[in-house]
Design a protein around this ligand. Structure first.
Ligand code: AMP
Ligand code: MG
Length: 419
C-alpha cells in the first residue's frame, strides 16, 4: 500500500499541463491565462474629472468659502466622451461631468456640492439639470490636482498587466475588456472520459429489473469533472468482460484522461485491472486510505498516444472521495492551475472515530461555525455505499493513518468539499 501523498505525486508525474487555446473572454472565467498581457494603451487615456463639478484653475479659488464665494465665469460644458474645445483661462471655469477629459488650463475640479449651483438655479427659477448659468460661486478652496484622475493611472501603456498563469476571475475579465481584448489565450480544458463498469448497472433512463442498480457513479464523476473545469465524455456502462471493457476503453482514447469506476477490487468480476494490465502500464493498485483502498492508476496505450487512466473504486462514496483526492488535482494541473490543495479547516470533531487498520480515514462530516470555532458533526452511517451520506456532508474529516483514531472534542483537519 502506498500513502495518499505518494499516490498523488505519482499520478501528477504523468499529468501534463495542456496546450493553450484562444477563447472569447467570457469563456475564460476561472481558466488559466497562457501568456503575459501587456497594455498597448493608457487607461484612462487622458487626464479627466473624477467628479461632476467645475474644472477650474485652483489659484482662482484661493480663500473661497461659504461666506465669501469666489465668482467665476462659466465658459462651457463637457460630458464624458467628448473632447474639450475651450481652454481655461484665469477667472473662467467649465462645467464638467465625471470621466470627461480635463480642458487645457484647468488643474482642479470643484464638485457641485462645493458650489452655489443649486441655490443659484433655484433663485433664478432654472431647472436643476443643464448648464444654463453664466456665472458660478465656488464655496471652497481647491488644491491643485483635486478630483483629477491622471492619464495612465490605472494602466500605463507598455506595462505588464496580467502575468501568464493568472487565474481569470471577473476582475481580470474586466481588465482584459478595458484593454480591448475580446479573446484571451488560456490553457485548454481537459476532456475526461467516464466509464462505469459492472454487470449490475442499468442506465438512468432504463427500467430497473430486480437485482440491478442505477449507474450513479457516471453522473457524480461527470458532475465533478464539470465542477473542476473539465469536459466529461460519457462512455456509458462497460460490462464485466474483457471484450466489453476493451471496446468501451477504445472509445475513450481520444481524450486527455480516462476515469473508470468499479472493477478494481479482488472480486472475480473485477476485470478493469486485468484489461489495463494487458494494454497499459499500471502504476499502483492500493492506497492507504479509507474509503478508497482499491485504486488503479496507469497509462493506456493507443498507438503512440498514452492516456492516463484513473480507476476509481465502484462504491459510490469511495469513488467520490478518491475523485477529490486524485482526479480533481489531475484536472486542475491539466488546466494549468498551481494550487491543487483542497481548502481545509481545523474543527472540533463531534464523535469518536476508531482507526482499526492504520489507513487514513476520510469521514463524512457537516461543518458549522460557532463563535469563531469550526465544529464537525459526523453524518451517521459511514458505509462506502451510502451515497446519501455525501449529500448530508460538506466536509471530509481526515484521521491520519498513524493514529488509533480521535475522540469527541479532538481537533481534526477537515477538507471542505464545497470550497
Ligand atoms: P466494484 O468496485 O465493481 O466491486 O463495485 C463496488 C460496489 O459499487 C458494488 O456494490 C457496485 O454495485 C457499486 N457500483 C459500482 N459501480 C457503480 C456505479 N456506476 N453506480 C453505482 N454503484 C456502483
Ligand atoms: Mg463491479
Amino acid at each position: 500500500m502506498i500513502s495518499v501523498e505518494e499516490a498523488l505525486e505519482k499520478i501528477l508525474s504523468y499529468i501534463e499541463v495542456l496546450e493553450p487555446e484562444k477563447k472569447p473572454i467570457l469563456d475564460c472565467l476561472g481558466r488559466v491565462l497562457a501568456g503575459d498581457i501587456y497594455s498597448t494603451i493608457d487607461i484612462p487615456p487622458l487626464d479627466n474629472s473624477a467628479m461632476d463639478g467645475y474644472a477650474v484653475q485652483a489659484e482662482d479659488t484661493c480663500d473661497a468659502s461659504m461666506s465669501s464665494p469666489k465668482k467665476l465665469i462659466v465658459v462651457g460644458e463637457l460630458a464624458a466622451g467628448s473632447m474639450p474645445t475651450e481652454n481655461i483661462v484665469p477667472g473662467a471655469v467649465i462645467r464638467i461631468m465625471t470621466g470627461a477629459p480635463l480642458p487645457k488650463g484647468a488643474n482642479a475640479v470643484v464638485q457641485f456640492e462645493d458650489t452655489d449651483e443649486v441655490a443659484r438655479k433655484a433663485s433664478l427659477g432654472l431647472s436643476v439639470d443643464g448648464c444654463q448659468l453664466k456665472e458660478i460661486g465656488i464655496l471652497r478652496q481647491a488644491e491643485r490636482g483635486l478630483n483629477i484622475r491622471r492619464r495612465g493611472e490605472d494602466v500605463a501603456k507598455g506595462a505588464l498587466i496580467l502575468e501568464s498563469g493568472t487565474i481569470l476571475r471577473s476582475a481580470e475579465i474586466g481588465v482584459l475588456a478595458s484593454l480591448g481584448h475580446s479573446e484571451a489565450k488560456v490553457t485548454r480544458r481537459p476532456v475526461v472520459s467516464v466509464l462505469a463498469t459492472g454487470d449490475e448497472l442499468v442506465d438512468i433512463n432504463q427500467p430497473l429489473p430486480l437485482g440491478k442498480i442505477h449507474n450513479s457513479n457516471t453522473y457524480t464523476i461527470a458532475a465533478e469533472i464539470l465542477r473542476y473545469g473539465g469536459i466529461p465524455k460519457i462512455l456509458g456502462i462497460g460490462r464485466d468482460s474483457i471484450q466489453s471493457l476493451n471496446d468501451k476503453i477504445d472509445e475513450g482514447l481520444d481524450t486527455d484522461m480516462l476515469i473508470t469506476s468499479g472493477g478494481v477490487s479482488l472480486g472475480d468480476y473485477d476485470v478493469v485491472k486485468d484489461v489495463l494490465a494487458k494494454r497499459g502500464e499500471i502504476a499502483f493498485w492500493t492506497v492507504c486510505m479509507k474509503p478508497g483502498k482499491p485504486l488503479a492508476f496507469g497509462l493506456v496505450r493507443s498507438g503512440e498516444k498514452k492516456v492516463p487512466h484513473l480507476g476509481l473504486p465502484g462504491n459510490p462514496v469511495s469513488s467520490m472521495v478518491t475523485f477529490e483526492q486524485f482526479a480533481r488535482p489531475a484536472i486542475l494541473k491539466m488546466l494549468g492551475k498551481k494550487n491543487l490543495a483542497k481548502p481545509s479547516v481545523q474543527a472540533v470533531i463531534g464523535g469518536d472515530i476508531i482507526n482499526t487498520d492504520g489507513r487514513r480515514i476520510y469521514a463524512r462530516v457537516m461543518v458549522t461555525k460557532r463563535n469563531d470555532q469550526y465544529y464537525a458533526r459526523l453524518t451517521g452511517h459511514q458505509g462506502s455505499g451510502i451515497l446519501t451520506s455525501m449529500v448530508k456532508a460538506n466536509g471530509l474529516a481526515i484521521i491520519p493513518e498513524d493514529t488509533e483514531g480521535v475522540k469527541v472534542g479532538d481537533i481534526v483537519q477537515v477538507q471542505m468539499l464545497d470550497w
